[in-house]
Design a protein around this ligand. Sequence first.
Ligand code: SAM
Length: 272
Amino acid sequence: MAFKQKLAKVSGIKATKLPSSYQIIGDVLLFKLPKLRQEQKEKIAAATMTLLPYVKTVCEIKEIKGELREPEVVKLAGGKTETVHKENDILYKIDVSQIMFSKGNLSERKRLIPQVKEGEIIIDMFAGIGYFSLGIAKFTKAKEIMAIEKNPVAYNFLTDNILLNKINNINAIQGDCKTFAMSFKDYADRVIMGYFPGTEDFLDYAIFMARNNCTIHFHNIYKIKDLWKKPLQQIEEACKKANVSYEILVKKKVKSYSPSTWHVVIDFRVIK
Ligand SMILES: C[S@@+](CC[C@H](N)C(=O)[O-])C[C@H]1O[C@@H](n2cnc3c(N)ncnc32)[C@H](O)[C@@H]1O
C-alpha cells in the first residue's frame, strides 16, 4: 500500500486531503500541507510518526522567504527541529525551522566535486550551512575555500559543520559577499553563486574575484520562455562591463521551481 493510503488509514483523514510527498532531513520530516484545520494537521503528523518510527519530529513547511531564504516552518508533532542530516558522506547540522535544506540540489552538490583540481582557491559566495563547501573540502584537494554567509544563524551552523566533518581548509566568513569581494580581486580559480532569485546582481562581484581561467557557477531561476537567451545575455553584459572574455562551459536545468520556472546553472570560464 502506498504511504498516502497508509497515512489515510491511520490518521482517519481522506487520502485526497493528504500530501503525496515529503522531505526528510535527519530525523525531521517536512510536509507541504493543503488547507486543513490545525487538529487535522496534528492527526496527520501523529500518524506519520507511527508509520515512520525513525522520524522524531514532523513539521509543516509553508514558504521560503526573503534575501536570506528563511523557511516558515510550524512544528506539528515530536521534539527538536535541530538535527544532523547525512548526505553523500557529509554531515549537515541544521535547524529546519531556521534554515532551508534543498535536497533537490543534490545532483549539483555532487557534480562540482570531480571538477575541482588540486590546489584550487574557491569562493562560495552564498555558503549557507556549507552545502557546496563541505563536499568540496572533504572530497577534493582544493587549497582553500572561502565560504561567505550573511545570515548569522546559517553561519553558526556552517562553523559547526566544519568541525563536525573535521575540515581544515574552509575559511568561513560572516558577511555580505558584495563587501567581501572588494578585498579579493583576481583571487579565485572557481566561484560558486548558489543563490536565487536575482543572482545576476552579483555577477559583477563574481567576475571581479575571478582570476584568469576561473570557472563561475551561476545559478538563478528563469521563466521557461526566457531560456537560455536571458541568462546568456546577463553573462555577456557583465563580462563586457568588466572588459573580460568568457566561454560558456555548461548550461543545465537543476530542478523545476514552479510550473513555468526552472532553477538553472550556467558554468562559464573567465578569460582575463
Ligand atoms: C538558498 S541558500 C543556498 C545555499 C547553497 N549555496 C545552495 O545553493 O544549495 C542561500 C544563502 O545565501 C545567503 N545570502 C543571501 N545573500 C547573501 C549575501 N549578499 N552575501 C552572503 N550570503 C548571502 C543566505 O543567507 C542563504 O544562506
